[in-house]
Design a protein around this ligand. Sequence first.
Ligand SMILES: NC(=O)c1ccc[n+]([C@@H]2O[C@H](COP(=O)([O-])OP(=O)(O)OC[C@H]3O[C@@H](n4cnc5c(N)ncnc54)[C@H](OP(=O)(O)O)[C@@H]3O)[C@@H](O)[C@H]2O)c1
Length: 336
Amino acid sequence: MNIAIVGAGGAVGREILSILEGGALPFDNLRLFGSARSAGSKMPFRGQEIEIEQLTHDSDFSGVDFALVSAGGSTSIEYADVITRHGTVMIDNSSAFRMDADVPLVVPEINGEDALKAPRNIIANPNCTTIQMVVALSPINRISPVKRVHVATYQAASGAGALAMDELIQQHADLVAGREPHVEKFAYQLAYNVIPHIDVFTDNDYTKEEMKMYHETKKIMHSSSIEVSATCVRVPVMRAHSEAIWVETERPVSVEEAREAFMKAPGVVLMDDPAAKAYPMPLDIAGKDPVYVGRVRRDLAGSGLAFWTVSDQLRKGAALNAVQIVQCIIKKRHSA
Ligand SMILES: NC(=O)c1ccc[n+]([C@@H]2O[C@H](COP(=O)([O-])OP(=O)(O)OC[C@H]3O[C@@H](n4cnc5c(N)ncnc54)[C@H](OP(=O)(O)O)[C@@H]3O)[C@@H](O)[C@H]2O)c1
């Protein structure tokens, strides 16, 4: 099996490389791609160095079984044909194709079987905040169908890419040195601030990030009746997104039922002991794979449940989920 990573030098690409380094997939050959900016530079992998190739319209992907693509939506749109034309399956981390009817949108714990129906050889990785939320909603949904979700997110700087992480570090350094902080990747200074604005605003005054959570949840969970109202907020955290979630189900689910379901759910870790001050926080969860759930309680303002989740969006929200999609396809092909 041969693998390619497109956008290998980016925040998600580097995380994919580290997951592959850990042995998540068996493969014979690994190729790395980037833009002209990083082409020719080398990335270490298992004691060797792999050179980054420039992605062009002449790039030859024949013989590549899976391409894990994290290079932004416009690159995905421009090069999808180049990548898939010889049968390579493209796992795309951008939002470019997520809502296309003939492109599956997959979280393996929930709808892994959808990955086998990819007529364009493109499979979309959902938005990072959506992945984290649906992994936590799914065990509740199995007890009683989820009707309504309210969610407020607290999203890390790394969600905006490698340069955004650098910008947050630099802003702190500038402020300590008494300099005006440089602002480019975010709408405002993020250091010592929170910004209720991720991606562009849409006609209904929600942002595109918030509308991704609305639309993608329905597609992944195969339910047109789940309604999601999100407020997405950037916070000065380096890595791992947090979400406060309020959920209503067709029949009320008790806190005890929910806790038990979270404990059994694949990809979920329940960390919920208020007396011991045990609840997930980004500092502790960065670099880890599961979606952590805590603060499970009855919603005092409704008939549902309230809880808190934290997950490293570079892992489960992007790189890990993409690798798990490949693992899921290989497993299903072998058992077919
Ligand atoms: N960061 C997250 O938490 C996260 C989560 C889920 C999904 N995503 C999505 O994943 C994608 C990548 O995000 P990121 O955070 O990794 O961004 P990033 O750190 O800015 O990295 C972008 C990567 O894309 C490459 N690239 C840009 N234009 C290219 C081109 N024309 N041809 C080939 N490579 C090109 C860059 O290569 P050069 O360095 O060579 O220019 C770089 O390696 C985006 O679509 C993003 O929405 C990100």
